[in-house]
Design a protein around this ligand. Sequence first.
Ligand SMILES: Nc1nc2c(ncn2[C@@H]2O[C@H](COP(=O)(O)OP(=O)(O)OP(=O)(O)O)[C@@H](O)[C@H]2O)c(=O)[nH]1
Length: 345
Amino acid sequence: MDSLLKHMVDMTGHRDHTMLDVSVMAAVQELAGASQTRVLSITTVRGQQYVRSRAIICAGGAARVEEQPDPNLPGEPLGAYPELADCIARHGTSAQAVSGEGKLTLWLPIWFGDKADTCLEIMHPTPYSADTIHVIGGIVSVYRNFQNLLDYSERDSLTGLLNRKTFDDQLAKMLQASSEAEAAAPAPERRHPSDLERQWLAVVDVDHFKLVNDKFGHLYGDEVLILIANLMQSSFRANDRVFRFGGEEFVVLLRSTRLDSARNIIDRFRTNVEAHDFPQVGRVTVSVGFVSISAYESPVITLGRADQALYYAKSHGRNQVCDYEQLVAGGLLTAVASNDTAEFF
Ligand SMILES: Nc1nc2c(ncn2[C@@H]2O[C@H](COP(=O)(O)OP(=O)(O)OP(=O)(O)O)[C@@H](O)[C@H]2O)c(=O)[nH]1
């Protein structure tokens, strides 16, 4: 019981999803004597469900966070886990498979309403007793409640996207990835040629949104924002991060991709919005400004540059995507000084 309490204290002391994942996994691994435990993400990309391992711990080893080997892939198709796929389809709380040698794999999806985007996977040499399942079930309930609390403080209540408060943390993570990539790149590549993979920040703003509110009312305006948030989540990859900064302004952090791909991905989202038939409102468009992220620039400068490109897009016809660096290179924008003391706003 001491051990259970110790784990509960540890789990509920975290204010970060990754640390919570690791702590829950370690608790389950120890209390259930598992041979391996993983935290899986379940994502939906263009109607298909995928499974990706977020964190793993093996018997006798340390817990570790798993990076996606190929950020362009959302993971393995859910169909590769037939018992879990069936459990998700029937909104079940657990699924298991027992191999020919009697080894057990137990899956426990974490449901929030009608959505399960996290699942614990526990492997054990033999099936569990009812008591052990009961203890694991208790841990999963605490995990679910605590994830819910974390989500509540990190998410925008209208769209469910990440809120402004979480942006600095997420940007810092991307900057770290960016500085590691820059340090690993051979010297000539550090000048950012267009074929180098970089991280990107895009600011998205709905065009003439005031007119939508004025003509159809705030409820329809809100619905447009929710639908645009959904289009963002389906247009960008699972590794990218999408935020609502408030009002009709959204920010996207795109992971490791080349300039051409970044432009294509952002433009695909823009055309997805343009092609969408918004109930009652009809056609809505967005303007986007984007810029690469560098570990050597402050977030204010990076956001300021993307904003400059956005305002260029707004003042040159809207419904378009503008690249800050291209505008500066073409003499269409004046570069913002790249140090923290630059006065931009
Ligand atoms: N329905 C709804 N409207 C919002 C929300 N937040 C901000 N707004 C409205 O968004 C509108 C933003 O208008 P403006 O900043 O003038 O810009 P715009 O009409 O989109 O024009 P451009 O950006 O220049 O294309 C204002 O009318 C705000 O009241 C919200 O949460 N829900």
